[in-house]
Design a binder for this molecule. Structure first.
Ligand SMILES: [Zn+2]
Length: 451
């Protein structure tokens, strides 16, 4: 039976994330884009379905490259609202240590749903909490991703350096190195898909210099090389972290990264703020990517990522919403808006355009995850699409549709397609009881805080 062809016809505007023109829309067949049409051009073959996109701005699905889904349970929690990173973490760790599989499933589903409704089709999560009873955390997350029909890069995080050994996290939240490595291999062998159209991928992700040992960093790098998976960690987020590295290792953060075998194209870093020019050159030469997390960096007052210097040096830049205890929203469109504005403060209005910020949220993010099958509109790419309407009050009187998405604050997609299947229709996630999810999640969040 021939696959069904769908023509998304004549969008109001289109952002392809490359130089291609798709103002006549695009044709999707078998989950991939098979044709890009110029204005007035008709599909080469008849299409069984035609979707009239004249009211929609069409984008490739947005890609989130740093999150901690579980933190949706501790959003806007009073005791940490006004704290910077280290005290913020120390106050939250004992609460997070009470996480259970049921609560993680709800938290993951909430974060993913929020991302999906914002036009995000692929999400990375950095999960590094494995308290007793939560050994199967990543398996729990795989299930949540599959329920929503999204794509995900689930990173097997880890913490090995507890308070007793000079680290930041409490002892009950750290694991033994061999347990982490064995679980990493199991997860890669069980879930990691390779090639175009992959739905679930696994990466290895020791948490941060102040919560892991150098041994687990080096061993994770060796394991990632052996199994050809990616590496992810937090780096150069705050000056407290830089001081920690100097005191404990006698090294600045990038020297530390290099010393454990992580300075290469397999690695993408969350935050990447406090680099000097020599370090930026080294990151660029190595092709190490940086996920810019503007909302989190502003909330914790961590600093501003030097995106343009990193890009000029050769380091890919993507975007991430970061965990919900430091953002506290999982909205990729609003994150692109934050990136636009925060980076303008650093580089000026002329250099940071809406297209540049959107490109980071889409194509740049795909580069960080090592994916060539998503992140732009072109023949042969996955049909991962986000469609926004500009019919709300906030857009009334706007002129340039692509700029309007960020400047007027688009925060909810009208339609989202992943691999050729509609997952969001008229702003609603297909097959999801949203009210029920919110009720269960709120209860779980209250329980977690109560202890
Ligand atoms: Zn983070």
């Amino acid at each position: 039976m021939p696959a069904i062809r769908t023509w998304l016809k004549n969008p109001l505007a289109v952002f392809t994330a490359n130089d291609l023109d798709a103002r006549g829309g695009l044709v999707v067949e078998g989950g991939v884009i098979v044709e890009m049409l110029l204005p007035g051009q008709l599909p080469a073959q008849p299409c069984e379905h035609v979707f009239d996109a004249r009211e929609h701005v069409l984008l490739p699905g947005l890609i989130n490259t740093h999150h901690h889904f579980y933190q949706t349970l501790t959003r806007a929690w009073g005791p940490v609202v006004n704290q910077p990173l280290f005290p913020w973490l120390k106050t939250l760790y004992p609460v997070w240590a009470r996480l259970t599989p049921e609560k993680l499933a709800l938290a993951s589903k909430v974060a993913l749903t929020e991302l999906l409704l914002s036009g995000c089709t692929t999400a990375a999560d950095h999960h590094y909490l494995f308290p007793q009873g939560l050994d199967d955390a990543i398996d729990v997350q795989v299930k949540s991703v599959r329920e929503l029909g999204m794509r995900a890069m689930l990173t097997r995080g880890s913490m090995t350096l507890g308070e007793a050994d000079g680290g930041l996290p409490p002892q009950q939240t750290v694991q033994q190195g061999q347990v982490i490595l064995d679980d990493s291999v199991r997860l890669i062998e069980t879930y990691h898909e390779r090639g175009d159209g992959a739905q679930i991928q696994i990466a290895l992700a020791p948490c941060s210099p102040f919560s892991v040992t150098t041994e687990i960093m080096a061993e994770s790098a060796a394991l990632a090389e052996k199994h050809d998976v990616r590496l992810h960690t937090h780096l150069a987020e705050t000056l407290d972290e830089e001081d920690f590295c100097l005191q404990r290792f006698g090294l600045r953060t990038v020297d530390y990264l290099d010393s454990v075998g992580w300075l290469g194209p397999r690695t993408w870093l969350a935050h990447g703020i406090h680099f000097n020019s020599e370090e930026i050159a080294r990151l660029g030469q190595a092709g190490t990517g940086v996920c810019h997390c503007p909302s989190s960096n502003m909330r914790l007052a961590s600093g501003i990522c030097p995106t343009l210097e990193l890009l000029a040096a050769g380091a890919p830049i993507g975007l991430g919403v970061d965990g919900s205890a430091s953002n506290d929203a999982s909205n990729m469109m609003l994150e692109a808006k934050q990136a636009l504005y925060l980076q303008r403060l650093r580089y000026g209005a002329e250099k940071i355009t809406p297209e540049l910020a959107l490109g980071w949220a889409i194509k740049g993010s795909a580069q960080l995850l090592g994916r060539r099958d998503i992140g732009e509109l072109a023949v042969g790419k996955q049909a991962d699409l986000a469609l926004f309407k500009l019919d709300e009050l906030r857009f009334s009187g706007s002129h340039d549709p692509i700029s309007a998405l960020l400047l007027c604050g688009a925060d909810r997609a009208d339609r989202v397609m992943i691999g050729g299947t509609w997952r969001v229709i008229e702003g609603q996630v297909e097959g999801l009881d949203l009210k029920g999810l919110i009720a269960d999640h709120r209860q779980a969040a209250a329980e977690l805080i109560r202890g």
